[in-house]
Design a protein around this ligand. Structure first.
Ligand SMILES: Nc1ncnc2c1ncn2[C@@H]1O[C@H](C[S@+](CC[C@H]([NH3+])C(=O)[O-])CC(=O)[O-])[C@@H](O)[C@H]1O
Ligand SMILES: O=C(O)C(=O)Cc1ccccc1
Length: 241
């Protein structure tokens, strides 16, 4: 696995973060060293898929990157005749995701689509995964996307929504952001790398509070919503239709 060193040298201008080939090449290393609990969430998506997937339904991985959640869904799937649809709008990610899926010969029912999740039809779904993707969608588009996802789901289906979050309590917010930086330092990132990446993510990754996510999911039509995993300022919610 290639090591993420994208922000290791001092940069005069820091461009907005984007999912290009340079990021795609190191993405697994980057996300594992940057997101506390990422591996646990990926593993649990397997268990959750086993529990919620309904026979003959569709399963979606929206913003699939290299397909880590897609492959986890595929491993956990026991229901018959399901289709897994993985979508990402980064050509570099999609190209690598297709290769990863092709390497697993059990992945007959997986389709990888290069496209915008804001324009992807969601139909007859029992499991939908937004694993650290909604945070990159413009805030004003988020409610409409969640409404469309809910409308395209079967009753009893689940949306797994993982996000970086902020906290209303300013002291707690600073504390958990600081602990996240400690986590990154402990995983080999320098203060320069951490601060340059923070600048690149400004206005690109827009985190919200847990109550904002909960209320919007309920307004979108989900009946039961709660956090099932949290590590510092990263969490994952279940929203059941
Ligand atoms: N509008 C959009 N349409 C399609 N894709 C999008 C859009 N906006 C962003 N993306 C894609 O969403 C992904 C977000 S990464 C997901 C990790 C993965 N889920 C994982 O479980 O490893 C999270 C992170 O980097 O923190 C990128 O691949 C973008 O190209
Ligand atoms: O690195 C960070 O500070 C993050 O917030 C997580 C992240 C992980 C991978 C790509 C973009 C953001």
């Amino acid at each position: 696995m290639d090591k993420d060193q994208i922000y290791s040298e001092s940069m005069a201008n820091i461009a907005n973060f984007n999912f290009d080939a340079q990021v795609a090449d190191v993405f697994t290393d980057m996300i594992e060293r940057s997101v506390p609990g990422y591996r646990s969430i990926i593993t649990m998506i397997e268990t959750l898929t086993g529990h919620y997937a309904l026979p003959g339904s569709n399963l979606y991985d929206l913003g699939c990157s290299l397909g880590a959640a897609t492959l986890s869904m595929e491993r956990g799937l026991t229901a018959e005749n399901c289709q897994i649809i993985a979508v990402d709008n980064s050509p570099a990610m999609v190209e690598r995701c297709r290769k990863a899926v092709a390497r697993r010969h059990t992945c007959a029912g997986v389709t990888v689509i290069e496209g915008d999740i804001l324009a992807t039809e969601i139909a007859d779904a029992s499991v939908v995964v937004l694993n650290f993707t909604l945070q990159f969608v413009p805030p004003e588009e988020r409610a409409r996307l969640l409404e469309r996802i809910c409308a395209g789901m079967r009753p009893g289906g689940v949306l797994i929504l993982s996000e970086k979050v902020v906290f209303e309590d300013e002291h707690l917010d600073e504390l958990l952001a600081g602990i996240h930086h400690d986590f990154k330092r402990a995983h080999g990132y320098s203060d320069l790398e951490i601060s340059q990446k923070r600048s690149a993510l400004e206005n690109v990754l827009v985190p919200e509070t847990i109550p904002t996510h909960r209320e919007r999911l309920l307004s979108a039509g989900f009946t039961s919503v709660d956090v099932w995993f949290q590590c510092f300022n990263f969490m994952s919610m279940l929203a059941i239709k």
